[in-house]
Design a binder for this molecule. Sequence first.
Ligand SMILES: [Mg+2]
Length: 187
Amino acid sequence: MKFGFDIDDTLINLREYAFGLYNKKLQKNIDLEIFKALKTVEIHHPFGLQDVEGKELWNSLREEIYFTDCPPFPMAVETLNELVKSGHDVYYITARNKEFGERTKEWMQRQGFPMQEGHFYCGMEDHEKIHIIKKLELDFYFDDKPQVVETLADTVVQVYVKDHPYNQEVKMNRLKDWSELASILKK
Ligand SMILES: [Mg+2]
């Protein structure tokens, strides 16, 4: 079967990692509990930043956010390797800017994620992911963003939302933890 995955906040804990970096850079000590209660994808509000400032900070730290030691979610690396070992195809579909594509691919490999030739797509807008997902005829697709999964409601792909406080309104299958995937496949 063919499995497609978003990367940021689906396979890796990017927002939480960036939240820690914001605390460090802004010399703040905002509690992780505040992060965990955030109902927005954006993380700058607890730091008292407006959207424009938040975006600027994110962009200025992007290299560090993307390419240092953001941790994968527990069991994500193991689960995807298990899929490939069982003969399935694993695709990555990330809206990260094209300029970061090659390094994202290498970084993912360094974390131990399986990388098959030609199975990495990047640089599209959220609403354009559907075209790749349809073209690849994926059986399963996993993403955290409401704006992405909502475009997929009428497709044949089995969509799973990676559970976060900011996507609770989405009424779709959800996955809290990567160790759940094995039992989903047994259904
Ligand atoms: Mg994401």
